[in-house]
Each structure stands twice: as C-alpha cells, then as structure tokens.
Design a protein. Sequence first.
Length: 252
Amino acid sequence: MTGPILQTRSLSKRFGGLTAVDNVTIDFMPGQVHAIIGPNGAGKTTLINLLSGDLAPSSGKIMFRDQDVSTAPVYQISQLGIGRSYQKTNIFADFTCLQNSLLAGQSRMTSSMRFLRPAGAYGDIRTRAENALQLCGLSDRASWVASEMSYGEQRQLEIGMMLATEPALLLLDEPLAGMGRDESGHVVELIKRLAKNHTVILIEHDMDAVFAVADVLTVMVNGVVLASGTPNEIRASQAVQEAYLGDGEGDR
C-alpha cells in the first residue's frame, strides 16, 4: 500500500483528570521504523496500549489499513496483523522456545475449539513457529527451556512469539530495557532485519539505538506531539533539544 498502514486522528486517552495522550494525530507509513521518543511520563506507552487494543481511547480514531479499529479488542487487533511486545518480558518461562512460539502461532487460528490436539500437530502452525524462531535468531535454541536462556535471548523469544502471529506491523515497547551493550546490539540488528519486511513502531530510551534504526521519529511531551521528522530533523530541532534530548533524559 502507498498510504499510511496505521493512522491516529485526534487520539486522546484520559484517566480521570489526567490526559495521558492528548489529541495525537500521526501517520505511520508501511516499511518504516517509526520511533516514539520522549521523557518518562510523555504518554508513549499509553499510546502503544491504545494502538494494540489494550486500552480504549477516550476520543479520536485509530485506522489500520483503512479500517477503524479504535474499539477493537486485543485478539482482533492481533488477528488483523498488529503484533506487540511489552516492557516486561512476557513469555512462558517453563516452556521451550518452540513451545512458546507454537502457542503464539495458535492464536491466529480462527476457531478456539481445537484444544484437544497439541499445537505442533498442525503443520501450518509448526511451520510458522519455526520460521519465527529463525527470524529472531533462535533456531538453535528451539528445544531450550526459556528460563534457562539469557535475558536478551528471552527478549528475542518474545519478539519471536510476536512474529509467529505473522503480523504486518510490530509494536515494540522498550525492547532493549535492562540489556547490556552486547545484548542490545543483537536486538538492534534484529530490528533492522525485521524492518525489511515489517512496519515497526518503536518506543525506546536508548537514543543511540533509536537513531541507528529509525526512519522517522515522533517526540511526545506531556501527552502531545512536539515534533515529527527524520532523525536529522529531530536532532536539529531546538524545541526537541530543550524538551528532551538536551536535558540529560535521553539515556534514561
């Protein structure tokens, strides 16, 4: 498609007297890595929660592939082709990598009344699960129990589980959180690989990583969009420097 794959229009979310996302309008173009940055409390994760269906908007619209998904439930958002990872690793620690991936892939089945057969018995699901592990670089860990892997590998597995649902758009909420430099480097390279065939919306506080992978950046402050543009445009913005990049919060 040539137009935006995802759009928000005057999107707002209020919690009582607090407006966490305030009248946000953004176009997310297909095939791009679009990073959402800003200081803590800027509304970034609330925005991702709205896009993934975890929260319903107070007002405004969310359009995915020209379909209004503003009030769609999480399972429907996933089935339409939007995958999401969380700040806190969300995996089945006692299961193997392949079992985690199989469970995720099974969520795309149209009927829920197929629980009497193991997920691996469905050839299409197994193929999807194995392809997802290959994409996230964990093919050689397929039989490993998730709890025995490093934190960075567990984060990769969570991305692999998301890939097993065959999404067109990936919502990555702080995928580098808690990682050392080497592990972060592996995930940055993974995001670059995924961006070749997916649209990626990324929230991340590691500015070096953000500027290494993002095609477009949107800066949020206090729930509103301060600026959007290319990495060079955002670097050069005096307003962004004063609000975020220049005050030492970029490495938080």
